[in-house]
Design a protein around this ligand. Structure first.
Ligand SMILES: CC(C)(COP(=O)(O)OP(=O)(O)OC[C@H]1O[C@@H](n2cnc3c(N)ncnc32)[C@H](O)[C@@H]1OP(=O)(O)O)[C@@H](O)C(=O)NCCC(=O)NCCS
Length: 182
């Protein structure tokens, strides 16, 4: 099987891609048999993704395996005044906020369809998503449980900045300035 990754901007999100992203989202976060899960996936591709795609620095990466969309990841420039940045400002220690929050790359989500996990697709998506980013820092939140997401990020230089920031989720940061020159 061959997997390729494309890097896209807001204007390249067309109806066919939306449908494919909804399928991946539904497989990862919902139960395709449940109407409420299908609504949630529709809400993601028609509302949340559109709102995030209008933010400065938006970047979407899409993995295709033998012609089928198997995963995606996206993020944008995080700024004060946005929900998560403002929330972090209250939830994280002052020194972390000062050093990390504001004009960072906010990795909002990275997902691989369950049928295609364990093949290294998330690593490909990650590397395309962060390649050549202009920001100095990147942030995300996920559970530090030594599961696939934790291993994906810690294996690629992300560090836990705040162990419990949002229930079981930790705040992870990546210093983009320490990347080797491309
Ligand atoms: C996290 C996720 C994207 C990983 O996708 P994937 O393509 O299957 O991951 P990979 O095959 O690239 O594996 C990633 C790492 O996890 C490890 N891994 C894979 N399956 C694992 C498992 N069942 N248990 C523990 N580690 C596992 C891999 O060995 C790899 O680590 P390594 O680089 O040290 O070898 C996928 O599980 C997913 O979509 N989860 C739901 C959404 C989510 O939680 N996203 C992250 C939040 S931003």
């Amino acid at each position: 099987m061959t997997t390729t990754v494309r890097t896209l901007g807001r204007r390249q999100i067309d109806p066919a891609l939306r449908e494919a992203l909804a399928r991946v989202y539904l497989g990862a976060y919902g139960d395709p048999a449940l109407p409420e899960s299908r609504l949630d996936a529709e809400n993601f591709v028609h509302s949340t993704l559109d709102r995030h795609a209008r933010r400065a620095g938006f970047r979407l990466v899409v993995a295709e395996t033998d012609g089928t969309v198997t995963g995606y990841g996206y993020g944008f420039t995080g700024r004060r005044g946005q929900f998560w940045s403002d929330w972090l400002t209250g939830a994280a220690p002052e020194d972390i906020v000062r050093e990390w929050v504001g004009d960072h790359f906010e990795l909002a989500d990275l997902v691989v369809h369950p049928d295609h996990r364990g093949q290294g697709i998330s690593g490909l998506l990650h590397d395309h998503l962060v390649a050549g980013l202009p920001q100095e820092k990147a942030l995300l939140a996920t559970v530090p449980d030594r599961g696939p997401a934790d291993r994906l990020y810690t294996g690629r230089g992300w560090q836990v900045l705040v162990p419990e920031i949002d229930g079981p989720k930790a705040l992870f940061g990546l210093d983009l300035r320490s990347r080797p020159a491309e």
